[in-house]
Design a protein around this ligand. Sequence first.
Ligand SMILES: Cc1cc2nc3c(=O)[nH]c(=O)nc-3n(C[C@H](O)[C@H](O)[C@H](O)COP(=O)(O)O)c2cc1C
Length: 310
Amino acid sequence: MTPCLETHIGSLRLKTPLMPASGTFGYGDEYLGIISYEPLGAIVTKSLSLKPKRGNPPPRIHELPCGMLNSIGLENVGIKRFLEEKLPRLSELGLPVVVSIFGESEEEFLRVGESLKGAPSVSALEVNLSCPNVRKGGAAFGADPERVFHIIDNLKERVDLPLWAKLPPDPFHILEIAEAAQKAGAHALTLVNTLPAMAMDIQRGRPVLGGITGGLSGPALMPVALKMVYEVTRKLKIPVVAAGGISRWEDAMAFLLAGASALQIGTALFSNPRVFSEVHEGILRFMRERGMTTIEDLRGKAHEVEDHPL
Ligand SMILES: Cc1cc2nc3c(=O)[nH]c(=O)nc-3n(C[C@H](O)[C@H](O)[C@H](O)COP(=O)(O)O)c2cc1C
């Protein structure tokens, strides 16, 4: 019997736990004809702001032995063009669409969220709280539990869509921040976004990235993300969508055992267009070999062997 990979994020049913990580899959249909969408349980768009954004100067990406740096700078077409040109095509894919939103101020988050009210075939909003709060000197909104609470609480009041709070990797304060999102009524957490980082061009004596600093993603991020997913799901009830360095089915399995309800893959797709299919097949094979029938046979099982406090 083929094991069932169906998973639930609140009331949203996904046929598999796999989806692209925001910003690595364009607006969702760019990979049609290049990869199989069959293993996907949902689509996640790149993050959208109220107005179009041009992003950072090049170079915007830099490869590392253990992952990559990017300083795309949240380039996007703006919510209006997304609704007019991109969403109608996405709706035809027959998959739940998760729209990622961000703002440079709390008001912008609300206005972008509100413009998606009643949009056809949007299943959830992923609120990218890792972007800089321009009015607070550029620190990420997601670093401050109070800001996280306010943004989610206000969005919840005005937008009738499930909210996934996407947080930056802060292993020291994650419980406090995650709790604020849960208390404000987020339906899920996405853990984690990229880790602030940089690279130096020693010949030219300047930083490699046009944006000076960027975000670290890929395998180097995975152990950090895994620890955060494990810690949050042990302590809180809110479902967690894991992201950070998944490139093999074994990585996906590790996040499920740590307590994740769903999984996002970003960086690995750039070097391996078959990654979703391979991870999907690997999870099924593992479950079949062990006589597991549902994803619940795996989810959070690593917690059961743990009897000492974190
Ligand atoms: C090129 C690139 C662009 C990204 N753009 C976004 C974005 O627009 N919004 C967002 O929330 N995260 C963005 N991310 C972060 C990813 O969604 C993901 O959280 C992170 O890369 C960790 O997963 P990975 O190691 O599988 O890539 C981006 C990552 C990369 C590599």
